[in-house]
Design a binder for this molecule. Structure first.
Ligand SMILES: Nc1ncnc2c1ncn2[C@@H]1O[C@H](COP(=O)(O)OP(=O)(O)OP(=O)(O)O)[C@@H](O)[C@H]1O
Ligand SMILES: [Mg+2]
Length: 271
């Protein structure tokens, strides 16, 4: 058993008690990813704890830069792998480099766990396979690579507002079959694309969480004020206040176009 193997103790009562404790802790943690965060040494912000405890199948996180969205979703990914045997967790983003960044957070979190029962059997820069046959795979944001996967339990799309609609349409059916969860996390990027569409029109089917820089305890008001001056109002509203501001290269604003359209005309997205 786990304790016997790792402690070197031969007292059967002690071993039994310790094994019971480990089993109880595992059972509790499987229902509460905040316990995993604590083991990793992270005290989640209130919204991060809510996300870690959320059970909705579709979660959208619209967050400021540096709010902690990648951190919390990396913990979700690790929790899924450690507590769901044979789980398949996919990490997607606009580029392989960004997917790897998120994956690195997963690996770092796993590395902090002392005496973890579920061993990492295979580990590379792009995937981890565990002794319970769960896998976490980082993928570039291209349709061809994702089409090879099925039975996805958790699909995480980082920087979702910059991922193409084509890719999103390609992954949706995969979740329908597996009954898996999807978590989108991003800063906004104009009033366009699937993330904006799901956020504004997705209705009750999504658990939506919006965290501006003012909501993040690690970003000081003084630093934010200097950042606003440095990058200008437009970028500041997008990057730190989570506003879907118009893209600078758009000739007509999204609202102008919508007003010009007959209400019966199909929406721009998916029309
Ligand atoms: N609950 C927390 N407690 C302490 N530090 C945290 C917490 N959550 C996140 N951080 C730290 O805050 C920093 C930003 O976190 P993270 O990279 O997850 O943010 P992000 O929203 O993904 O940022 P970006 O927009 O740059 O991708 C990191 O250094 C991370 O370790
Ligand atoms: Mg991030």
């Amino acid at each position: 058993m786990f304790y016997e193997k790792h402690s070197g103790s031969s007292n059967p009562l002690l071993i039994q008690a310790a094994n019971n404790l480990v089993a109880r802790r595992r059972a509790a943690e499987s229902n509460d990813a905040v316990m995993l965060a604590a083991r990793v040494g992270i005290t989640p912000d209130a919204w991060q704890a809510d996300v870690l405890r959320s059970t909705e199948r579709q979660v959208a996180l619209l967050c400021s830069r540096q709010a902690g969205k990648s951190t919390v979703t990396s913990l979700l990914a690790l929790h899924e792998a450690l507590h769901r045997p044979r789980a398949l967790v996919l990490l997607l983003s606009p580029s392989l480099r960004q997917s790897q960044e998120l994956f690195l957070k997963v690996k770092q979190a796993y590395g902090v766990l002392g005496g973890e029962q579920i061993q990492a059997r295979e580990e590379s820069a792009l995937r981890m396979q565990f002794s319970n046959d769960a896998r976490i795979v980082a993928l570039p944001g291209t349709e061809a690579t994702i089409r090879g996967y099925s039975g996805v339990d958790l699909l995480i799309i980082d920087e979702a507002s910059r991922v193409s609609d084509e890719l999103y349409q390609a992954v949706r059916p995969m979740l329908a079959v597996s009954g898996g969860r999807i978590v989108l996390l991003t800063t906004p990027f104009g009033k366009r694309g699937f993330f904006h569409h799901e956020w504004t029109e997705g209705g009750d089917e999504w658990r939506k969480v919006k965290i501006t820089a003012h909501d993040c305890p690690r970003i000081s008001p003084a630093w934010l004020e200097s950042e606003r001056k440095r990058i200008g109002d437009w970028w500041f509203r997008q990057e730190y206040l989570c506003e879907f501001v118009e893209n600078t290269d758009q000739v007509f604003s999204y609202d102008d176009i919508r007003r010009a359209l007959d209400p019966d005309v199909k929406p721009l997205f998916g029309g």
